[in-house]
Design a protein around this ligand. Structure first.
Ligand SMILES: *[C@@H]1O[C@H](CO)[C@@H](O)[C@H](O)[C@H]1NC(C)=O
Ligand SMILES: *[C@@H]1O[C@H](CO)[C@@H](O)[C@H](O)[C@H]1NC(C)=O
Ligand SMILES: [Ca+2]
Ligand SMILES: [Ca+2]
Length: 210
C-alpha cells in the first residue's frame, strides 16, 4: 500500500517536473531483413560498417552510399555521438547482414539547423545495411583485455601495460617516458571523477548519455 502511494507520488512529481515539455523524441525502427545466422549483435562501443540510403519525408532520396559500388560504405563507432543520435539509438542489437529502416525525427537528426541539402526540422528516413561489426576501441572486449585483475576499472599501471603492448604489436619500441605521458593524458581526459581509475562506464561512454 505504502509502495503504491509512493510510486503514485513519484509519477505525479515526474509529470510536474517535466511540465509541458513534449515527449522525448523516438526513432521508429523497422527491420527489413534479418539474416538467418546472427553470431553477434551490435552494441555501444562497437565499430560498424554500414551502407545507407537517406530519404526525405516526401520520398525523395537525399543520399545513397551505393552509387560508387562499395566505395562509400562507412565505419563508425556506435554510441559515442560520432553519428546522429537517431543512429546511436536505432542501430543497437543489430546483426551483421541485417537491414533496418529508421524514421528519425529532427531532434535526433539535424535539428533546427539542418545540414547541407537537409532543410531545418527535417524528419529523415534511413535504410541502413550493417555489413560488419568489429570491436571498437571502446568495446567491452577491449576493456576486459586491459583490465588485468578483473576489478572492472583500469589502474594507471594497467593502462601503461596496455600502451606498451600496443606499441609492440605495431612494431614500435616501447618507451616508458612516452607511455607515462600518454597515460597521464588519457587519465586527464577519461577519469571523469578523478578517483585515479577509469571505470568501465567512464571508458565506454565517452560523451553524454543518449
Ligand atoms: C521533397 O522534400 C525536400 C525537402 O523538403 C525538397 O527539397 C524536395 O524538393 C521535395 N521533393 C518533392 C518532389 O516534393
Ligand atoms: C621516448 O619518448 C620521449 C618523450 O616523447 C622522447 O623524448 C624520447 O626521445 C624517446 N626515447 C626513445 C629512445 O625513443
Ligand atoms: Ca583493473
Ligand atoms: Ca574514475
Amino acid at each position: 500500500m505504502l509502495l503504491a502511494v509512493l510510486s503514485c507520488l513519484c509519477s505525479s512529481l515526474l509529470v510536474s517536473v517535466r511540465g509541458g515539455k513534449l515527449p522525448e523524441a523516438e526513432v521508429e525502427i523497422d527491420v527489413l531483413h534479418r539474416p538467418f545466422l546472427c553470431r553477434r549483435k551490435s552494441k555501444y562501443g562497437d565499430l560498424l560498417l554500414v551502407h545507407q540510403e537517406v530519404y526525405f519525408e516526401n520520398g525523395t532520396m537525399v543520399y545513397t552510399s551505393r552509387t560508387d559500388g562499395d566505395k562509400h560504405a562507412m565505419w563508425f563507432t556506435l554510441g559515442i555521438r560520432e553519428v546522429i543520435k537517431g543512429w546511436d539509438k536505432g542501430l543497437q542489437d543489430m546483426c551483421s547482414g541485417e537491414q533496418r529502416k529508421l524514421v528519425v525525427p529532427p531532434a535526433l537528426a539535424y535539428g533546427k539547423d539542418g545540414k547541407g541539402k537537409i532543410p531545418p526540422e527535417s524528419t529523415l528516413t534511413f535504410v541502413v545495411s550493417l555489413l560488419d561489426i568489429k570491436n571498437g576501441p571502446r568495446s567491452h572486449e577491449s576493456f576486459q583485455e586491459m583490465d588485468l585483475n578483473d576489478d572492472w576499472r583500469l589502474s594507471k599501471q594497467e593502462v601503461k601495460v596496455y600502451l606498451r603492448k600496443e606499441f609492440e604489436r605495431h612494431g614500435y619500441p616501447p618507451n616508458d617516458t612516452l607511455h607515462e605521458n600518454m597515460m597521464e593524458d588519457i587519465f586527464a581526459k577519461e577519469d571523469a571523477n578523478k578517483d585515479g581509475f577509469i571505470s568501465s562506464r567512464e571508458f565506454t561512454y565517452k560523451h553524454d548519455e543518449l
